[in-house]
Design a protein around this ligand. Structure first.
Ligand code: F6P
Length: 366
C-alpha cells in the first residue's frame, strides 16, 4: 500500500459556485483524487455553491463520487449564484446573516479549508471569507476568461470551440442568402470569447465591450465588402457590446435603451445595422450552449492541473490563495488579487491587431 504523503490539511470542503462551465468536474476530480489519493485527506462536498452551507446540504465524498467524471459536463456538486455577503453588505434586504451561518457550518464540519471553484463572484466571496477567518483556496473557472490573477480560466477553451463552430455554420447560411447575421456570444462585461471565436471563425466584424462601436464605421465596412463582391457578413458580438452612444449613457439610461431595443444584444445590433445600411440582417443568440457539454482536451488538462495544484496547496497549508496560470506555468496568487475585479481585453492585446490585420472590423475606424 502506498503511504499517504504528509499534509497540513486533514479535511476540507469543496463547492462550485456561479455559472457552470465545461471542466468543473475535471477540476473536482483533480482536487479530490490528489487530495485523497496522495495525501489521505477527508473531503466534504458542499452542494449548490455557498447555498449548500445555508441549506445544510453537504456530505462526505468517496472516490466513487469523483472518479469517472473527467469528461462530464456540468458539476456533480451543483451550482448557484448565492452571494452570502449581500446579507451583510445590503442590510435590511436579506434577513439572515448568511456569512455567520457559513462560518458556523465550516466549524461544525471541522473543516481545515474550503476549496471554492468559481468565477469573479466566487473568488471575491472566497477572499472575503478568508478575511472572516476561514481558510479558503480558490480555483478560476469561467467561460468568460475574465479573472484577474490568471491568464486563463478553464471553460474558456470549450466555449471558444462551440462559438467558433457556430460562426462557421452561420457563415455558410449567410453566404447562401446574401445576409448579415449577428451572433451573440457570452462573456459578461469582457470580450475575450467574442474576440477569440471571432478571429477563429473568420468573423467579418467583431464587437466587444472594450471598444464601443460606431454604426457608421460598421456601415462603411459593409459597403467596402459589398464593393469587393462580398455580399454577406457575420458579425460576432459579445453580450456586453455597446455603441459609442450607449457608452456615454448613464447606467439607468442604458438599461432603459436596452429594454426598449431588446430582446438581446444581437437583436439590438441587427436592428441598428439594418436601419443604418438597409441590408437584410438576422440575429442568433448562442446562449447556454457555450456552458454545457464535455470539456475540450485543453480544458481537461488545465482543470486537472489546477485541481491537483490546489491539492498541493492544501497539503502545504497555503491558504488564502487562488491557483492560477501565467506564462511561467501553474502557480497561485493571493485571493485578494481577483477580488472585486474583472479582466477585460486590454487595448494592446495582440489578438486585436491580428483581427485588424485580416481585415476584420472592430466596430470603429482604425
Ligand atoms: O459568467 C458566465 C456567464 O455565462 C456569462 O457569460 C453570462 O453573462 C452569465 O454567466 C449568465 O448568467 P446566468 O447563468 O445567471 O444566466
Amino acid at each position: 500500500m502506498v503511504q499517504a504523503r504528509k499534509s497540513r490539511t486533514k479535511s476540507f470542503g469543496i463547492l462550485t459556485a456561479g455559472g457552470d462551465c465545461p471542466g468543473l468536474n475535471a477540476a473536482i476530480r483533480g482536487v479530490c483524487m490528489a487530495a485523497a489519493g496522495r495525501y489521505g485527506m477527508k473531503i466534504i462536498g458542499i452542494m449548490n455553491g455557498f447555498k449548500g452551507f445555508l441549506d445544510e446540504s453537504y456530505r462526505t465524498l468517496a472516490p466513487a463520487d469523483y472518479c469517472g467524471i473527467l469528461t462530464h459536463g456540468g458539476t456533480i456538486l451543483g451550482a448557484s449564484r448565492e452571494k452570502p455577503f449581500d446579507s451583510v453588505e445590503k442590510p435590511g434586504k436579506i434577513a439572515d446573516d448568511k456569512v455567520r451561518i457559513i462560518c458556523e457550518a465550516y466549524r461544525k464540519l471541522e473543516l481545515d479549508c474550503l476549496v471554492a471553484l468559481g468565477g469573479n463572484g466566487t473568488n471575491t466571496t472566497a477572499s472575503k471569507l478568508a478575511r472572516e477567518g476561514l481558510n479558503v483556496i480558490g480555483l478560476p473557472k469561467t467561460i468568460d476568461n475574465d479573472i484577474v490573477g490568471t491568464d486563463l480560466t478553464f471553460g474558456f477553451d470549450s466555449a471558444l470551440s462551440v462559438g467558433t463552430d457556430a460562426i462557421d455554420r452561420l457563415c455558410t447560411t449567410a453566404q447562401s442568402h446574401n445576409r448579415i447575421i449577428v451572433i451573440e456570444l457570452m462573456g459578461n462585461k469582457a470580450g475575450w470569447l467574442a474576440l477569440y471565436a471571432g478571429v477563429a471563425g473568420g468573423g467579418d466584424i467583431i464587437l466587444i465591450p472594450e471598444i464601443p462601436y460606431d454604426l457608421k464605421a460598421i456601415g462603411r465596412h459593409l459597403q467596402r465588402r459589398a464593393a469587393a463582391g462580398k455580399t454577406f457578413s457575420v458579425v460576432v458580438a459579445a453580450e456586453g457590446a455597446m455603441s459609442v452612444e450607449e457608452a456615454q449613457m448613464e447606467k439607468k439610461e442604458r438599461k432603459k435603451y436596452r429594454k426598449e431595443n431588446g430582446p438581446s444584444t444581437a437583436y439590438r445590433i441587427a436592428r441598428e445595422i439594418n436601419e443604418q445600411t438597409g441590408l437584410e440582417t438576422r440575429a442568433t443568440v448562442l446562449g447556454y450552449m457555450q456552458r454545457g457539454g464535455t470539456p475540450s482536451a485543453s480544458d481537461r488538462l488545465l482543470a486537472t492541473a489546477l485541481g491537483t495544484a490546489a491539492a498541493d496547496l492544501l497539503a502545504r497549508g497555503e491558504y488564502g490563495r487562488m491557483v492560477s496560470v501565467t506564462g511561467s506555468g501553474i502557480g497561485s496568487v493571493d485571493l485578494s488579487v481577483p477580488e472585486g475585479k474583472k479582466r477585460t481585453v486590454p487595448a494592446d492585446n495582440q489578438m486585436l491587431d491580428t483581427a485588424l490585420a485580416v481585415e476584420t472590423c472592430l466596430g470603429v475606424d482604425f
